[in-house]
Design a protein around this ligand. Structure first.
Ligand code: SF4
Length: 333
């Protein structure tokens, strides 16, 4: 499988006032492999949505590089960027605000084709009808306005709008978070069917490890702008190799009442990204922290078929002590 999107040491900073800046994403290296569903998980403020926006080119990377199919996005011609914008699409969290209230369903879905100037009017209308049929929206709803649809129907329209350009990468940013549990399951199943039919690569962003674990092949865990663990979904859920992932997992199991051992309670709130803690950013909340954690920033190291950024990963989770720092291209990202 080839790498579709590669992020190399990507940071995204925003200016705050005249003199300071905040790092929403800091030094993230991550590959998105063609055909996979990559889950991106973390609490609010972890930087996962900013990272997704950087993947889509909606916010520029302050440092580092992003490449698409082996080609640097930064040096692409305007024409190539235009082509890329059709190949990478996003489905947002709030299905209502993502749609223009003045446009009928078929107009909203056709808009990306109009902007790209694809084909003639009849050809575009055929593509719109196909996309709406693929998401299961019956023809009698195609003429309606967003306020005349349910939340689930609106999210189907948003998915059709994202798919109508036949993208290769679909980024779903908390796309089911605003829906009730039954609708979440419906939309997740729909996305799984469409992924096969449209041969999509998917980045699925969520704060809910249960949802991500259900849909993703591989999961990347973010904390305060940095990547702290990556692994296959199965391994991550069965045997997390970072205290933060472990805490997320324990909270989820505790909520469902299936946990046999004690829940891990995280101390305090996520610190402000304006003043991230030195050393391991997670150390003020980590129950395993030692003195070195407050001064030494952990690197991602290969462990257990994935990677973990924890100074104590060998003591806590892995006895092999063969872990190697992940550096440069070709590591476990
Ligand atoms: Fe906890 Fe230290 Fe590991 Fe950070 S490096 S996760 S503080 S044990």
């Amino acid at each position: 499988m080839s790498v579709l999107l590669r992020l190399d040491d990507v940071s995204v900073r925003f200016r705050v006032g005249r003199r300071s800046s905040v790092s929403a994403v800091d030094g993230v290296s991550l590959d998105v492999v063609e055909g996979e569903t990559l889950g991106l998980i973390g609490e609010s403020g972890s930087g996962k949505s900013t990272l997704a926006r950087a993947m889509l080119g909606l916010v520029p990377a302050s440092t580092g590089s992003i490449s698409w199919d082996g080609e640097s996005v930064a040096t692409m011609s305007r024409q190539r960027r235009r082509e890329l914008s059709a190949q990478v699409q996003m489905v947002f969290q709030d299905p209502h605000s993502a749609l223009d209230p003045r446009r009928r369903v078929h107009q909203s879905v056709r808009e990306p084709l109009d902007v790209l100037g694809r084909g003639d009017r009849r050809g575009r209308d055929d593509l719109v009808r196909k996309a709406l049929a693929d998401v299961g929206l019956p023809p009698h709803l195609h003429d309606r306005y967003p306020h005349q649809l349910s939340g689930g129907q609106k999210q189907r329209v948003n998915i059709a709008r994202a798919l109508v350009t036949r993208p290769r990468l679909l980024v779903c940013d908390e796309s089911v978070a605003a829906l009730d549990v039954a609708l979440q399951a419906e939309i997740i199943n729909l996305l799984a069917d469409l992924k096969d039919e449209y041969r999509l690569t998917v980045v699925f962003i969520s704060h809910d490890l249960g949802v991500v674990g259900h849909v993703a092949d591989r999961v990347a865990v973010m904390y305060l702008g940095t990547l702290v663990e990556t692994a296959t979904a199965g391994r991550l859920l069965a045997a997390p190799r970072h205290p933060y992932t472990e805490a997320l997992l324990s909270a989820r199991l505790d909520v469902r009442g299936t946990r046999g051992t004690e829940r891990i309670i995280l101390r305090g709130d996520v610190p402000s990204p304006l003043a991230p803690p030195a050393g391991c950013r997670f150390h003020p909340r980590c129950g395993h922290a030692v003195a070195a954690c407050a001064t030494t920033e952990p690197e991602l190291v290969v462990v257990g078929g994935g990677a973990s950024a924890c100074l104590r990963v060998a003591d806590l989770y892995d006895r092999s002590r063969e872990d190697q720092p992940v550096s440069g291209i070709g590591g476990v990202r």
